[in-house]
Design a protein around this ligand. Structure first.
Ligand code: PSV
Ligand code: MN
Length: 406
């Protein structure tokens, strides 16, 4: 039955002029990092619901991440958050990850949970607080060295709530100073990913509010600094794929935090709310990946794809699997865009044909393709079903309630 479905799919794609061999290679190469904090308990400012079976320490978070990787074959690295994932012995954490077939991905400093940071961390008017915050960034670079991580992933909650509360330009310069000191401590093969978000927890101004501010910092710091696009961090209606295309053209798109949202930074399952946006992001990436400029191509091919979601009501492991599958689905659809057809329509300035060439790929059911690839890789055809049937959720119930938060 599956063979027949795939044969039909293959025939249809051949007729559309799609080279399925290349599509399959690209799909098999897609890697999506999952976040350690996505396995812990998280919530809203109203309530953190405690769940049965939540990992009690970083080691158990890796155990859960390994299940996601085993079932999807696409998630071999896990981002860590310090101090949530602080351990006495990073060699031990690294060895634990490796024994599970995982590696330690991006290291995320935490500069938003201490009382000292009420008025900011690296942009605090108090020099001693700034020093403490920068020291934490440097500590995270040391953790990267100890764990073999290549990405320092930075998000700052720093900002103000009221006009006049602080000197915006001074804070801009303090931000740069902290990042420059951190940048200097990195090894040449490490990257600094700079995330932005326009509000929350600060409600008047945030020091790194949008991609332009993050990009400007990255430009001033040097080539190892790049912008990280968290899909939930924009004002409603922002054209995220335009930002993606722009950053790719400037060769400064470092990575993504995938999640989805209806209203603000909701951190929901990826692709749950705006799947077409995710598809269009991949369309821009694939255009860049075929660009005449080798630097643009390299940037497109080196993007760090990461999930950043936290589950308030969802069971964590299946929610993560669903996100991974949704990313694969939208990537697969984007790979079915016939770019030659798009370019011909663009050349002819044929608006309807150009729009159709892109959208029609979104409308294709890629299930036969994904199932066929999973079968080739020895993965379960339906990872969600395989998870439900694995008994893992029942086994981890013995961890009880009250595991790690975030
Ligand atoms: C907070 O908005 C946030 O979701 C940022 O996107 C960070 O990447 C993440 O938390 C972890 O600090
Ligand atoms: Mn993020």
């Amino acid at each position: 039955m599956n063979d027949r479905a795939y044969a039909l799919f293959e025939e249809q794609q051949k007729n559309r002029g799609i080279d399925l061999g290349k599509v399959r290679e690209k799909l098999k190469a897609l890697r999506i990092e999952t976040p350690s904090w996505g396995y812990g308990d998280s919530g809203t400012r109203f309530k953190v619901f405690r769940k049965v079976g939540v990992p009690r320490n970083p080691f158990e978070k890796f155990d859960d991440a390994a299940v996601v990787h085993r079932l999807t074959g696409a998630c071999p690295s896990v981002a860590i958050h310090i101090p949530w994932d602080k351990v006495d012995d990073y060699d031990k954490l690294k060895a634990h990850a490796e024994a599970l077939g995982l590696s330690i991905g991006a290291v995320n400093p935490n500069l938003f949970q201490e009382d000292d940071y009420m008025f900011g961390s690296v942009t605090n008017a108090n020099a001693a607080v700034r020093r403490k915050a920068t020291d934490h960034l440097l500590e995270c670079v040391d953790i990267m060295k100890a764990t073999g991580s290549k990405y320092l992933s930075l998000w700052f909650a720093d900002g103000t709530n009221y006009p006049g509360q602080a000197d915006i330009r001074k804070r801009k310069n303090w931000m740069y100073e902290a990042l420059a000191e951190t940048y200097k401590a990195m090894e040449p093969d490490m990257k600094m990913l700079i995330e932005y978000k326009f509000f929350e927890p600060a409600f008047y101004h945030t020091d790194l509010a949008d991609w332009g501010m993050a990009y400007n910092m990255a430009l001033k710091l040097g080539e190892q600094a790049q912008v990280l696009v968290d899909t939930g961090h924009h004002a409603q209606g922002t054209n995220v794929e335009h930002i993606v295309a722009y950053l790719l053209d400037e060769q400064r798109l470092g990575g993504f935090h995938f999640n989805s949202r209806k209203y603000a930074d909701d951190d929901l399952i990826v692709g749950a709310i705006h799947p077409y946006e995710l598809f269009l992001i991949f369309y821009q990436i694939l255009e860049a990946s075929a660009d005449a400029n080798p630097g643009v191509r390299r940037n497109a091919d080196e993007i760090a794809y990461m999930i950043d979601q936290s589950h308030n009501i969802e069971p964590k492991i299946p929610a993560m699997i669903r996100s991974v599958l949704n990313v694969q689905t939208q990537y697969a659809k984007a790979l079915l865009i016939n770019l030659d057809e798009v370019h011909a329509a663009q050349e002819a300035q044929d608006v309807m044909a150009a729009e159709d060439a892109v959208r029609s790929a979104f409308e294709i059911d890629v299930t036969p393709l994904l199932v066929s690839i999973r079968e080739e890789l020895g993965l379960p055809a339906d990872p969600m079903k395989a998870y439900r049937e694995s008994g893992y959720a029942e086994r981890i119930a013995s961890r009880g309630v009250g595991g790690a938060s975030w």
